[in-house]
Design a protein around this ligand. Sequence first.
Ligand code: ASP
Ligand code: MG
Length: 241
Amino acid sequence: MGIIVQKFGGTSVADKEKLLNVCNHIIKEYKANNKVVVVVSAQGKTTDMLVLEEKEITNNPDVREHDVLLSTGEQITISKLAMYLKELGYDAISYTGWQVPIITDDIYGNANIIDINTNKILNQLEQGRIVIVAGFQGINKSGDITTLGRGGSDTTAVALASYLKAEKLYIYTDVDGVYSEDPNINKNAIKYDTISYDKMIEMAKNGAKVLHTKCVEMAKKNNVPIIVKSTFVENEGTVVK
Ligand code: ASP
Ligand code: MG
């Protein structure tokens, strides 16, 4: 009974139908006798909307309040997903970053994870529950909510997989793996079965949006292989290792 971490991005959790599809991915791993920890992003364009609403107030937001606002999107997703799983007959519990807690430094808007207390998560897994954690957020030593930078849910997933010594980390997304070029632009782009951390970091820095740069750097440092897969089509994906 190993621990599996599954992360689902914004497009994968955008509406009811998509959340139910995500439930299927989770239930499949749970039924295979795994302890399942799920990390989710805010639904669809929720975070972009929050940024726009903030801009209606000020172009120079207080950094602390900025993080309080932006972190709310993920809180909506975790609670809904837990409710859907319960409706389907699977016991699940949701945690925000501060509830875990996921401890970060003080860099509001671009914080770095410095520690995770895994006790609560391990305890819930032991009781047979599916644990759902909000991506993109943590709490600093002053007790303030922090966010990890746009796209930061990937980093939450890698950090959790590392602290929980997970057997596998899946990052589910709307593409079916990592390509040599953007497959929407170049039809001859090739999909990698595996790719090195360094090559992936280089591609992320050059604008490949599939994984957050920080998350790949952390995966390299902690030697956590990342399996990038599509939420919508069933195939092998790409292993970043
Ligand atoms: N919701 C955050 C964002 O849109 C974090 C994430 O999706 O990874 O940037
Ligand atoms: Mg993302």
